[in-house]
Design a protein around this ligand. Sequence first.
Ligand code: MCF
Ligand code: FE
Length: 408
Amino acid sequence: MIIVKPKFTMPCDENFTVLEDGAVAFDERIQAVGEAEELRKRYEGAQFFEYPDAVLAPAFINPHVHLEFSANKTSLVYGDFLEWLSSVIASRGALSQAANKDVIASAIKTMQRSGVASFGAVSSFGGDLDACANCGGRVVFFNEILGTNEAALEQNLANFTARFDASLERKSPLFTPAVSVHSPYSTHPDLAAAALNLARERGLVVSTHFMESEYEKSWLEGGTGGFKEWLGKFNPAARPLYTPSSFVAMFAGVRTLFTHCVWVDDFSGFDRELHSLTHCAVSNRLLSKRTLNLRTALDAGVSINIGTDGLSSNISLNFLDELRANLLIHADFDPLELAKILLLSSTKNAANALNLDAGEIKTGKLADLALYGGFADADAAQLPLMLILHAKGCERLFVGGAEVNSND
Ligand code: MCF
Ligand code: FE
């Protein structure tokens, strides 16, 4: 048993309570939140740590990252989605080759140093499987399926099944195999249906990219726009394989994270319990021409979580950098109000999206906790904002009560 007594405990509950001079006792799960001396008496022999300048919070959950693109710095073109996509097709072989085990392990460390205990890895080739299974963090491993060429469907499915089976072999309390249906412009309905059936049978979480660009919107809504020409290069007879609503309908009854949704103007097909929106603000700034209207999505009652996406469309996998970018990008919000929304999105909401029993400091939850120093003089009322603005990394990170040595 471990007892941590920080200056501030931020449970990340709906009311955003901040506890001053309290303590948290935990092993794999949180056993109690209360007064330090009382907990020390109750759990005799527990290790005790006191941090008079620190904030203890639920560790962050980054539900969407492409680790196989971690070697990218300047190889991809930003500003226009189709130019980016062409550059991905030209460079993805070389980029995934360059993203060896060390590169991927170091990308994971960057996330962990920023307080991320759990992440959703979108895996295109399986090259990130070992690093993910061995990282000490909690991983939901989204095996990606894509392809529209009818002649290659069987081969594509066999390839996906082999990667999925390899991920199943690594299943553990910290590692959960899952499925990614890449997008409506890139994935044949037969492949999507096969992957979604697997998800239904096995109760897997699913991730998909949806309505990221205006090109995608005009393609799905009317078969027009830049995708007509772009896809025409590969198949002159290309036509949209879904409408926006028929695509969302495929995911009925399946816990799904819809990433981006920048160009969605009707959320009525979203299941408020099972479907969530993963927002990647930096990625959208670089690829999507506009940013998500966060207020509209929140008003529609859709649960939001915050992802970094990969270094294919970001400059940093430090989760605090992504939160700071969100604070600056969504300038129509009051900063403190937005800070609370972002922290809830990155903990409790994301845990629900990924089906993890974590994301909150509450008795019974998994002890996925992060401790950030440097807040001795902070005002409790401003703490959510100050944490996002000033924390560069965490001092300690616990995953299921076990410390991940994030500074080695
Ligand atoms: O989320 C971003 C932008 N949207 C779509 N895909 C990706 C992103 N970052 C990496 N990707 C990958 C995706 O997983 O790029 C490929 C897929 O393998 C594009 S389709 C050839
Ligand atoms: Fe992505």
